[in-house]
Ligand binder design. Structure first.
Ligand code: MN
Length: 209
């Protein structure tokens, strides 16, 4: 077989790993869907996920998928906090509005709410790309490839400048808060409710869905 064909067959599409881990007849999570063209600023979402270990899934829209990290301690407004963020598989864009119960024995079994969402743009050198989607995506792609991406979040709960920085350990990044007017000791995680429905991971567990 021609070597380029072999290379193409080996090349995985971005959502293959997501699909391989899940059985869509068993989980209410969305199956990978065809990409729709989007306009406007890039989206971010943080899902609170009461799996075996509670964590916050931090996701950034880049190139039609949600680049994803599991943050065990959740995001912070405190510039002294360096929160471990473990890189996980890309998720479909439609996952951004997913809330529900992933059944026992399924991958990621547990309750999920949309803890925060909004838009983001790369912000290195105080140059923002909220108004230019192509530029924002190019900068995000490059930053992630380089292992360092600074960005500003405009969410309901999360606001201001953050960075994701890759460590020397595979898949491990740090989520940092930059010093700005939103930095401070605010007890962010005390606001436990979904920004979409007001539910908590506990109330979803009680069948409120
Ligand atoms: Mn998760």
């Amino acid at each position: 077989m021609h070597t380029t064909t072999v290379a193409m067959l080996r090349m995985k599409r971005p959502l293959d790993r997501y699909a391989e881990k899940r059985s869509f007849t068993q989980t209410p999570e969305p199956a990978p869907a065809a990409l729709r063209a989007r306009t406007g600023p890039l989206l971010f979402v943080v899902q609170k996920h009461a799996a075996r270990h509670l964590h916050y899934d931090f996701r950034l829209e880049v190139d039609g998928v949600l680049k994803s990290w599991a943050v065990p301690k959740g995001p912070s407004f405190d510039t002294n906090e360096r929160r471990l963020a473990v890189e996980t598989e890309d998720h479909p864009f439609d996952y951004a509005s997913f809330e529900g119960v992933i059944p026992a024995k399924q991958y990621g079994a547990g309750n999920v709410i949309v803890w925060d969402c909004g838009v983001y743009a790369p912000d290195e050198d105080h140059e923002y790309s909220f108004d230019d989607r192509r530029e924002a995506e190019a900068r995000a792609r490059q930053g992630l490839a380089d292992g360092k991406l600074g960005f500003t979040l405009r969410g309901e709960k999360l606001k201001g400048s953050y960075a994701l920085v890759r460590t020397s350990t595979a898949k491990q990044w740090l989520l940092l808060k930059h010093r700005d007017r939103y930095a401070g000791p605010t007890e962010l995680l005390a606001r436990a409710e979904s920004v979409l429905t007001g539910r908590t991971v506990e109330s979803i567990a009680n069948g409120d869905s």
